[in-house]
Design a protein around this ligand. Structure first.
Ligand SMILES: [Fe+2]
Length: 191
């Protein structure tokens, strides 16, 4: 019998799990694959463990959209809870819970306490996951972070939860983007 305990970061298992769960959501799968590719490109300034961690989290970040995983309907929380009960590490679950400023949307949805089951990590890994997600569009293509947020607002609508917290979430995402781009410049200088 396959053990559910997976006490380590596992890029290949993350990819396989995401592919299986998102099989009925081809656009979400295309986006996820693009985010994982982007995350791998951002690893220049990270040590090996963090590289695998961010790419693993990238493969798993949107599994909360999959029907077998959906519960509250808030995909970062549903994905994180699924990963926790499936034996993924606490850090991977928490990175998924908090990707791309999820805490702001959780607040407006009344899910703040539920999301607080997972500690929010402030780190180069968390920044890179958010940056990768916010620089890859719904179809998996690379986009500018501001263009991505504008597209997201147009897609969700002006009355959406995302739009209601945009004034809080956008500066957080842009700050993460600046930190990532700064780290990439430093890594390029050091190369
Ligand atoms: Fe995403």
């Amino acid at each position: 019998m396959t053990s559910l305990v997976r006490p380590r970061v596992d890029v290949a298992a993350a990819r396989d799990l995401a592919e299986a769960l998102l099989a009925d959501l081809p656009q979400r799968w295309a986006h996820t694959a693009g985010v994982a590719r982007r995350a791998a490109e951002l690893c220049a300034a990270m040590d090996a463990a963090d590289r695998d961690r961010v790419v693993t989290a990238a493969w798993l970040h949107d599994i909360g959209y999959a029907e077998p995983v959906r519960d509250t309907g808030f995909h970062p929380l549903d994905g994180a809870r699924f990963l926790r009960r499936s034996g993924w590490t606490a850090r991977i679950s928490a990175l998924v819970a908090h990707h791309s400023g999820a805490c702001y949307v959780a607040e407006v949805r009344g899910l703040h306490h539920e999301l607080a089951e997972f500690p929010r990590e402030l780190s180069p890994v968390a920044d890179a996951l958010t940056y990768a997600d916010q620089t890859v569009g719904p179809d998996g293509a690379r986009v500018d972070v501001r263009a991505r947020m504008a597209e997201m607002l147009a897609r969700h609508g002006a009355a959406s939860d995302n739009a209601r917290v945009h004034h809080l979430r956008a500066p957080d995402i842009l700050a993460a983007a600046e930190r990532v781009e700064h780290r990439l410049r430093l890594a390029a200088l050091a190369a």
